[in-house]
Design a protein around this ligand. Structure first.
Ligand code: FE2
Ligand code: FE2
Length: 286
């Protein structure tokens, strides 16, 4: 990697999909260190499923990074049978937000922190907007048809069984509420300061076009955010969830998929365990 030393104000790094339920991935977190004392870390969801695991990882990272910013992934929001914390839906999300606050981690419920590094200032906005089954497979017009197609192909996201929307009647209803709240907050931000949008899902549909199972896209975001990267003076979008780490551009805006993914995935990609750190700013020449 060239041009990767930490300048004044440090480096803005990102990671996601650490999935530390896997021992090998827990080791990645143990080895994950900043380059300098001023470096920030964005964690774009899917640390793990158990509250105690999430607390452990964020605790380790807050001891090392000057600032840690978190957006929830679907796995954090699961009510997994093996988790002693059996909270569901909004109550579970709020519990995680309080846990983060206790550690000093910035969440989507807090004022968006401003990074003052060399390429700054940049507002870092962790989002939680969910999905609403609008990324439907070709030919499926309704959510029901999209889900039926997924069941036929045998590719059904475990969210259907583990991610409860309580007290909302559905995950898409929860998503709609989150969209309205989030849009209002972003619209109220001073547009003079560019923003880095951080969300577990990609905000635009295009990144899901390369999914091996196209039926899976319905659990990967919402068409309602398709113009957010052009509406809100966005410097970059950071996301995960797809487990397809890469950099793409839409309408001239850089989108960084920063996931580590499951051990079987990163082994297939190159063998050695990934560092788990993606430099977001200053921008790296690629
Ligand atoms: Fe993931
Ligand atoms: Fe995910």
């Amino acid at each position: 990697m060239s041009n990767s030393s930490s300048g004044p104000g440090g480096t803005l790094f990102a990671t996601s999909d650490l999935h530390i339920g896997y021992q090998e991935n827990r080791e990645i977190v143990r080895a994950l260190h900043p380059r300098g004392p001023e470096d920030w870390l964005i964690v774009a969801g899917d640390i793990g499923e158990l509250v105690a695991d999430i607390e452990w990882a964020l605790g380790v990272l807050t001891e090392r990074f000057a600032t840690v910013v978190w957006a929830p992934g679907n796995h954090e929001l699961w009510t997994h049978p093996s988790d002693p914390v059996q909270l569901r839906g909004v109550a579970r999300y709020r519990h995680l937000v309080e846990l983060c606050r206790g550690l000093g981690v910035h969440t989507p419920e807090d004022p968006y922190p401003v990074w003052q590094g060399e390429a700054g200032p940049l507002r870092i906005a962790p989002l939680f907007v969910g999905y609403d089954y609008s990324f439907r497979p070709v030919g499926a017009v309704t959510k029901e048809q999209a889900l039926a197609r997924a069941h036929e192909s045998g590719v059904v996201c475990a969210d259907e069984y583990l991610l409860h929307p309580d007290p909302y009647p559905s995950r898409e209803a929860w998503c709609r509420a989150r969209l309205a709240e989030t849009e209002e907050r972003l619209a109220a931000c001073d547009p003079a300061v560019p923003t880095v949008l951080v969300n577990h899902y990609p905000l635009v549909r295009q990144p899901t076009d390369v999914l091996y199972y196209p039926e899976f896209a319905q659990w990967c975001g919402t068409t309602a955010t398709a113009d957010w990267h052009t509406r809100f003076n966005v410097a970059a979008v950071v996301y995960g969830h797809l487990h397809i780490p890469r950099v793409t551009h839409y309408d001239g805006v850089r989108f960084e998929e920063v996931s580590v993914g499951y051990p079987r995935e990163w082994r297939r990609r190159g063998g050695a365990a990934p560092s788990g750190l993606r430099q977001i700013f200053p921008e790296v020449a690629r």
